[in-house]
Design a protein around this ligand. Structure first.
Ligand SMILES: [Zn+2]
Length: 299
């Protein structure tokens, strides 16, 4: 599923072609995309809106209009967007929506598995909706290791599960969680609250470096991810651990192992990422307060 680097790459490609354009005609072909609202009603509301900015929060693309409304697009498993000059969109059985802009070009939404969503919010709803679901942006300059520490302090959950929770930090999914933990040399099953200051700093750095590497390679192409011009990202050739079971760790040469963590396939290096090291380090300082919340959110 597209994570922060993939969605950010899409955003950067779409912003220059969408910003300042009016949506002349919108067709939504799949009722799952807008439910519980009728697709035709949402399409009608979108027609005439002028795009002020194409933004991103976590894994949401946030298309902000001059009216103050915003269209939140979540690609989920297999959603992708394609921009094409007038009349050049190729046929596609998985097309779920098309917006024609006032320069006659088209933006098409494709989704094989149909888990993606389009949600049109009124001006007063946008920030509250996002604030309830999405934590801090990890690549913002003002996001510090201590912000991460605060979010993890009372969490009994394994650190992998904790960083997949979108309210801990925005935009991390299964791929970049594994990549960040490898960079930080932290075992994915380490209880989040047991991480010491040194581990927290390493994790903060690991998250940022893993995400930045993904953006530099224009995301990773697994399944149906594609850029708006139909090309693909190349990050999948540079994964350190994700999907590399049995291959050798770049750092120490030990074979990468696969386990399950947070219900997800999880890859790590058993020599670089030792379970218990962080626990021992933090034993003297960790409190025994109960976890504030065990709920997980994977939006
Ligand atoms: Zn290693």
């Amino acid at each position: 599923m597209p994570e922060l680097p993939e969605v950010e790459t899409v955003r950067r490609r779409l912003a220059p072609v969408l910003e300042g354009r009016r949506l002349e005609r919108v067709e939504i072909l799949d009722e799952r995309l807008t439910r519980p609202l009728a697709p035709a009603a949402v399409a009608r509301e979108l027609e005439g809106e002028v795009v002020r900015e194409v933004g991103r929060r976590g894994k949401y693309l946030v298309v902000r209009f001059e009216s103050g409304r915003a269209l939140l697009i979540h690609l989920r498993m297999t959603g992708s967007l394609r921009h094409a000059p007038a009349g050049t969109l190729p046929d596609d059985p998985y097309r779920r929506a098309v917006a024609t802009l006032d320069d006659a070009s088209d933006v098409a939404y494709r989704d094989v598995r149909r888990f993606g969503t389009w949600l049109l919010l009124e001006p007063s709803e946008v920030e509250a909706y996002l604030a309830a679901r999405v934590g801090r942006e990890p690549l913002e300059r003002t996001f510090r290791a201590r912000d991460l520490a605060v979010r993890l302090a009372a969490r009994r959950a394994p650190v992998k599960a904790a960083i997949l929770d979108q309210r801990t930090v925005a935009g991390i999914g299964n791929i970049y969680a594994d990549e960040a933990l490898w960079r930080a040399r932290i075992h994915p099953l380490t209880p989040a609250r047991d991480l010491g200051n040194e581990e927290l700093r390493a994790l903060h750095r690991g998250i940022r470096r893993a995400l930045e590497a993904g953006i530099r390679r224009q995301g990773s192409t697994l399944r149906d991810y594609a850029l708006p011009d139909g090309t693909s990202g190349a990050m999948q050739t540079e994964f350190k651990v994700y999907g590399r079971g049995g291959e050798l760790c770049d750092r120490c040469g030990t074979p990468i192992e696969k386990i399950r963590a947070a219900g997800r396939g999880t890859w790590y290096c058993p020599r670089c990422q030792v379970l218990g090291r962080a626990t021992a380090y933090a034993a003297s300082s960790s409190s025994r307060r109960p976890s504030r919340s065990r709920r997980q959110s994977s939006v």
